[in-house]
Write a protein that binds this ligand. Structure first.
Ligand code: SF4
Length: 486
């Protein structure tokens, strides 16, 4: 659907307007020529009083207020447009005009300056966020600060993300880099050789510069897809190069039960890993098979039980809402099965439409009403069972315009997830397709392609360490730069 807006708004708002249109309709596109919907916009500002009039041939709305800065101006325009779009598309958005912004970061921006009630009013009035989501955002941030206090205190430390890009099969919704276990062009052994080199160099750099490591997170792919021998070698390497001092948290994703065995779980226990993730995604065997996940629901339960028996006391389980052919009763069934196992963390994801996934080509209804019903069900049943929401993020094209939420038992809040989502410190990414995000938002992405990574990892490593040095010098030894969240 093409939308044209004629008016005297600044061109720099086009990105935000385009995002807002897409939040209403996935196929909406802002154009300059012939369009399905034409909107007129008239903006006036006299002595800080700004008015915005928006209209179509059938509707006419206006809004005005005293503006103090560009942020007030921007959101007055977006709100006026948003109100018109709610009439055109006959729906409201729970996050109002908030697109492309991490919503909990907004709460952090105002925390300390305003009370929770004032922040709530601001979220609702300035950003048109629903009362339900405004309360949720504040609750999430309060749960983070209750556990960790002021998270900017980690600003001069770093966390490490390590990627293992192998999986036993490719799930149809997957948008990550994932190579088969028997990938001929690069063996697990060859990859580990290079990866451990990268880990060693970064470990030495941090040690020499006296920079503490806060958390380590090993994801993928599926880290436990490594053979027993390779997995052991990997864990020993991490211990040698990164665990020279204790870290606050060390997570390994063991996402697929078809890659886990007792030997690997015992290695995990022996090598200082403090948290793992075993991910059912659904408790429907038929869906698992259709999604090309080569394991069953009973394998999930057995693996989870084995991990508990071995003494692993911090386990996350992921659930995906919106998988093809699943409905409200399937989501509820899956969540209740997970609850019965009593994991320490439960992360509820909503399916996001990703170009690089095999699902992208399929005709999927990403706007089903039952997602909102499920959100309420999940929130209340999880809270009634002692889980609290502690981190939250939204993705582009997320199902039902909702959010992914990490819930946990009190005291089991994953620090890495919080630091990463709130962009509260530098995260160094190691391995194929790992991204490094410095605390000034500068990004360095390791190659997505495994062969390219093998050939060029050294130059990316140099770039990362060099930027690190520059940033430390620029910010007088600190790794954190103050930045405007909006
Ligand atoms: S297990 Fe995860 S990384 Fe591997 S194919 Fe499935 S979704 Fe992708």
């Amino acid at each position: 659907m093409k939308v044209k807006i004629n008016g005297n708004y600044e061109e720099r708002l086009n990105i935000a307007i385009q995002r807002l249109l897409r939040a209403f309709r996935r196929d909406a596109e802002l154009v300059n020529d012939e369009a399905d919907i034409e909107i007129k916009m008239m903006i006036e500002e006299i002595n800080k009083r700004m008015s915005v009039k928006v209209s179509t041939k059938d509707e006419n709305l206006s809004d005005e207020e005293i503006v103090h800065d560009d942020s007030d101006r921007k959101y007055l325009i977006l709100r006026a447009l948003y109100r018109l779009l709610t009439i055109i598309f006959k729906k409201e958005l729970a996050y109002g005009v908030l697109t492309g912004i991490r919503p909990t970061k907004l709460v952090y921006m105002y925390k300390g300056k305003l009370t929770d009630e004032e922040i709530k009013q601001l979220l609702m009035n300035k950003y048109a966020v629903s009362i339900e989501k405004a309360n949720l955002l504040i609750e999430v941030v309060n749960n983070q600060t209750r556990k960790y206090g002021d998270i900017t205190r980690f600003k001069d430390e770093v966390s490490i993300y390590i990627n293992i890009p192998f999986c036993p099969s490719r799930c149809v919704y997957c948008s990550f880099t994932s190579y088969p276990l028997n990938y001929q062009k690069v063996s697990q052994e060859a990859y580990l050789e290079v990866l451990l080199e990268e880990i060693k160099s970064v470990g030495m750099f941090l040690r020499n510069h006296n920079i503490p490591i806060t958390t380590i997170y090993v994801g993928g792919g599926t880290p436990t897809a490594l053979t027993n021998e390779n997995f052991e070698r990997f864990l020993i390497g991490i211990e040698e190069y990164l665990l020279y001092n204790p870290v606050r948290e060390y997570t390994i994703e063991c996402g697929r039960p078809d890659t886990i065995n007792e030997y690997k779980l015992r290695l995990i226990k022996e090598h200082q890993v403090s948290r793992i993730s075993v991910n059912p995604q659904t408790f429907n065997d038929e869906t698992l098979s259709k999604m090309n996940r080569t394991h069953t629901t009973s394998e999930i339960i057995n693996t989870y039980q084995l991990a508990r028996d071995i003494g692993l006391d911090n386990i996350n389980m992921d659930l995906i809402i919106g998988l093809p052919e699943e409905k409200l009763d399937t989501y509820i069934y899956s969540l209740n099965k997970i609850l019965a196992l009593e994991p320490d963390n439960i992360t509820v994801h909503y399916l996001a439409e990703k170009r690089s996934s095999d699902l992208y080509q399929q005709d999927i209804d990403f706007e089903k009403h039952d997602y909102h019903i499920f959100f309420n069900y999940a929130y209340h049943i999880l809270k009634n069972n002692g889980y609290i929401p502690y981190y939250l993020y939204r993705q582009k094209h997320i199902t039902g315009n909702l959010e992914n939420i990490g819930y946990c038992k009190v005291g089991k809040e994953c620090l890495y997830n919080i630091l990463m989502i709130e962009e509260a410190q530098t995260i160094l990414g190691l391995g194929c397709n790992a991204s490094t995000k410095f605390s000034d938002y500068h990004l360095i992405l390791n190659p997505k392609d495994l062969i390219s990574y093998m050939h060029s990892y050294k130059s990316y490593l140099e770039k990362k360490l060099q930027y690190f040095e520059e940033m430390r010098n620029q910010y007088d030894g600190s790794l954190f730069s103050e930045h405007e969240y909006e």
